[in-house]
Design a binder for this molecule. Structure first.
Ligand SMILES: [Zn+2]
Length: 316
């Protein structure tokens, strides 16, 4: 079903059920939001991949969230998992993936103003603008040659991407130096010291995990968690899967259990897994629709899906 049709159905449904009652019957009292960047103007390394939200839209998202949900501090996750704290009212948590510069320049001032603390997931290979994620590189190439095939390339095709850039006279190092797409270690440290963002890990260099064998998945995960731990000493150890946790096995989770407190996917509202230590997030990016519309839809369809047991991810 396309999104416009979605909205039409739920506008109709909204006459019968309020968001409050949908949240209540879903039993999903924690909504975790996932963003990447917030920017007024389109960003060249992101624009061909997905639509990010503007500062105005981000402020509107937060205003809506604060109306229906209470903010959850990431440290409270431990209390929820241990059963020490039960969420009687709906809560929300903001997370950002990839550690992009705009988290410091555009997001942090808004979070600070509203007294919010979020999680930001970092790739050690890109912090301090040492390199650029392969998808962002592919997007820069696409801006030059408009060939959509480049956007289909994988992490293991990095040499093809780098060769194509040379062919087109595109200098990634130059782009990184000029644009500084990622945050510096100092900026991340400052956000943590001010309790605006707690850093977590997001793999070393952002491969799609289903392209890796389990041993490689574990190494990417534990190395990045260890790096974040040594560098920033965050009070909670968190990890968000790069791209998706689709197809990740139970044995993977067992293997990384001692290295992390919480892991995050991005499959929308779903039941918690791994004894409450693996949580799913919902993204408002990719659509111009308001948080009100998108979040209503997500709860509406979650309730429908829970009737047929589709609110739970099955793993091998
Ligand atoms: Zn990412």
């Amino acid at each position: 079903m396309n999104f416009k049709k979605y909205i039409k159905y739920t506008n109709f449904a909204r006459n019968f059920r309020s968001l409050d009652s949908l949240i209540q019957s879903s039993g999903q009292n924690l909504l975790i939001l996932l963003y990447h960047s917030i920017s007024e103007k389109p960003l060249p390394h992101i624009a061909p991949l997905y639509r990010h939200r503007t500062v105005r839209e981000f402020r509107e998202d937060l205003a809506f969230l604060l109306k229906y949900f209470k903010p959850l501090h990431p440290l409270e996750l431990k209390k929820i998992q241990s059963g020490e704290k039960r969420l009687r009212q709906p809560h929300f948590l903001i997370t950002f993936d990839d550690g992009l510069k705009e988290v410091y320049t555009n997001v942090a001032p808004v979070m600070k103003e509203l007294g919010l603390t979020g999680l930001v997931f970092l790739n050690p290979d890109f912090v301090d603008n040492q390199d650029l994620m392969f998808r962002y590189k592919a997007a820069l190439i696409y801006n030059k040659n408009r060939d959509a095939n480049i956007l289909k390339l994988k992490h293991s095709d990095l040499n093809i991407i780098d060769k194509k850039a040379i062919e087109l006279g595109l200098d990634f190092k130059d782009f990184i130096k000029k644009e500084k797409p990622y945050m510096s270690s100092e900026e991340i440290q400052e956000l943590m010291d001010k309790d605006i963002f707690i850093p977590g890990a997001h793999s070393m260099d952002h491969p799609l995990y289903s392209d890796l064998n389990e041993q490689e998945q574990i190494l990417q995960t534990t190395n990045s968690i260890q790096w974040v731990k040594n560098k920033f000493h965050p009070p909670v150890r968190t990890f968000a899967f790069p791209f998706t946790d689709d197809g990740i096995s139970n044995s993977f989770f067992k293997n990384i259990k001692q290295d992390t407190d919480f892991t995050f996917g991005c499959a929308g509202l779903k039941m918690r897994e791994q004894e409450g230590r693996h949580l799913q997030r919902f993204s408002l990016e990719g659509s111009e629709a308001s948080a009100a519309d998108q979040i209503y839809n997500e709860y509406f369809y979650y309730n429908l899906k829970s009737f047929i047991g589709k609110n739970k991810i099955k793993r091998n």
